[in-house]
Design a protein around this ligand. Sequence first.
Ligand SMILES: Nc1ncnc2c1ncn2[C@@H]1O[C@H](COP(=O)(O)OP(=O)(O)OP(=O)(O)O)[C@@H](O)[C@H]1O
Ligand SMILES: [Mg+2]
Length: 426
Amino acid sequence: MTPLAPVNFEIGPGSTPATAAPVDTRPALIEVQDVSKMFGDRGAEALAMLAAGEDRAAVLARTGTAVGLNHVSFDVAEGEILVVMGLSGSGKSTMLRCLNRLIEPSSGTIRVRGADVTAMAPGVLREFRRKTFGMVFQHFALFPHRTILGNVEFGLEVQGMAKPARRDSAMRAIELVGLKGWDARYPSELSGGMKQRAGLARALAADAAVLLMDEAFSALDPLIRRDMQQELVELQRRLRKTIVFVSHDLDEAIALGGRIVLMKDGAIAQAGTAEAILANPATPYVARFVEHIDVASVLKVGTLTAVPPCVLRPGDDPAAAADRMEAMGCDSALAINAAGRLLGRADLSALRRVPAGQGVDRAVQPCARVPASASVKQALPVVAEEAEPVAVVDDADRLRGTIDRVGIINALARQSRRPAQEATAP
Ligand SMILES: Nc1ncnc2c1ncn2[C@@H]1O[C@H](COP(=O)(O)OP(=O)(O)OP(=O)(O)O)[C@@H](O)[C@H]1O
Ligand SMILES: [Mg+2]
């Protein structure tokens, strides 16, 4: 018989957040290494000034050269949504356009699946760009005299794809973005949100591995924008696209849920998950940037779990288990199977009533659970309903720990205090 306590599953405060693992273990699809971009004739001089510690304003004043990017390095994992964030002029669009060399980097290397994009000859680059990248812009960039279908299939037409095949691909993409039935309409007949769906369909039709989206939802009304964010996340999950999304809006970055590259003055101020940035802002600037963040929508339940004092396992003797629970002051306990999956919850009184010779499972009832990947905001309604700490489970329904109201309130209070304090640092 397995002893009831102490609980020994390898979870609890300080363990790896459930949400960080999938991102970090995926192979890098895009590797950006030490990329700089100077706009102006005296780029070399400008780079030397930056290396000597001068700032962008000084470089511009002396050389007339604008610093677009200043020694930027980061990876984009296969299948992730990476959000490039920052204030206006911080270099977001420049970064995005350097990825497919619509803007030519002044120095540094960009690799996609190991291929050095920065070294490609023009003809090779054109082909590579077309096959690898789809782009979605803020202002839709649809041809007014082409139908939605005509717009969506345009890229494929240019590639010389035969009409039936390109119609097929375009119609599939139109359906994916929820514009079925609108293919014969013209852009002027569509709302802003629908136009952006068409823009997205155009990028999806070519079935490129990477979507580059520059402020793609910024022109939309707030409610429509939120819908589009959710739908993009859904679409990304289904299609396994890699997306680099430029936004100046922190809430949007959080809604998209991936890692964030936060830029300032052409350099990376900090990169990581919203949670990690919030927990440990690298500089006072970053702290100020995340000061007004909606903490509850960033914090993941999996990072706040407590280890439950009592857990029932197959083979536990009901009477002995009930004795241990009583000794530990537990009125009920969660029950797991041999694989660690959550079966439910058993009350102390129900365990006492299990006839001799029967297992603890006789006393187990279904119980509430929240996924470790859920945000505190998503979990709150469930936690608020429950008298007991709520079970937290992973993707395979394995018990990761529990979460309760007090744990949530403490975590929110802790996180809300931190950036404000650091923001006052010099
Ligand atoms: N073609 C250009 N010629 C000269 N300077 C440029 C050019 N493109 C960008 N820059 C400069 O590079 C810097 C970064 O610009 P970028 O467009 O990448 O910013 P951004 O973060 O996308 O801003 P926004 O949020 O306003 O779109 C700015 O200082 C800008 O003035
Ligand atoms: Mg921009």
